[in-house]
Design a binder for this molecule. Sequence first.
Ligand code: SF4
Ligand code: SF4
Length: 276
Amino acid sequence: MESESVPSILCHPDAKKSCGACCGMYNHVDPGADALGERLEQRTRAFHQSADITDPESLKAFRRTWEDESSKKLLNELPSCPFLGFVDDSDEKFGRVGCLVHPLQNEGIDGRDCGVYDRFICEDYLCAAHDILKTSEIRLILDAVDDSYLYGLVITNPRFVRSLLEIIASRTGGSPASATLRRPDVIGAAGACFELMRDWPHRGADGIFGQVEVAGPLETRRRRLSSEHLGVEREEIDILLVCLGTECASVAELVQARKRMEEPLAELVETIRSGS
Ligand code: SF4
Ligand code: SF4
């Protein structure tokens, strides 16, 4: 039985996965896993070939070459750091991402001042997930997600996780206990729900950010529910759809999206019920 405890900092929770969202990992017009993995691989290789952590000029030159121009970003003016790369020599499909100029990667030498922020911002920033998510929710994510691409999407989308568990509570007659969320069958079924985030077919151009919608070069707003937008009656599942960045052009597409979300959700509910 794994420990109920969770790390207090969620960026690098274990040896398999990590998150690079606040370094700008998903802020690209093509944020899909294959394209992103390829970009990070190229960048990591180039970093090890051309940059020298002891030489700030080489880091600045690397940044000039590898930083995305604004036309390639979803939030054009939000920095996207070229020093985010893969930090393990692993054959995993999407292994741990991290800061290539972090002192822990470079025998104590810190190159973060050459990145898009500075070492103090990089060191101190913690996203809202740290305040919002409960221990049992974090534990479920850590148990159910095994790669960095999906982990970064799920851990930075606490509304999806909370809403999922609220819907389950409404259908099963109460919030699932922490012990229930540790059952392997429940972890597997929850993982199938999280898995939808990887390549959700109904998301808008900026839907990788979930409920956060791009409203300008640096501005965001909260995405409207598709049911509201289309003028049809709201269903409980619609909150999950908006957290997946869903934008439906027609009622028929909304029906399809709801069905696609409902399948793993119903399976998760059934799995929880079967053990109670
Ligand atoms: S978005 Fe949150 S979990 Fe991800 S690296 Fe930043 S602070 Fe850590
Ligand atoms: S320098 Fe800062 S923003 Fe850039 S990859 Fe490292 S931690 Fe992220």
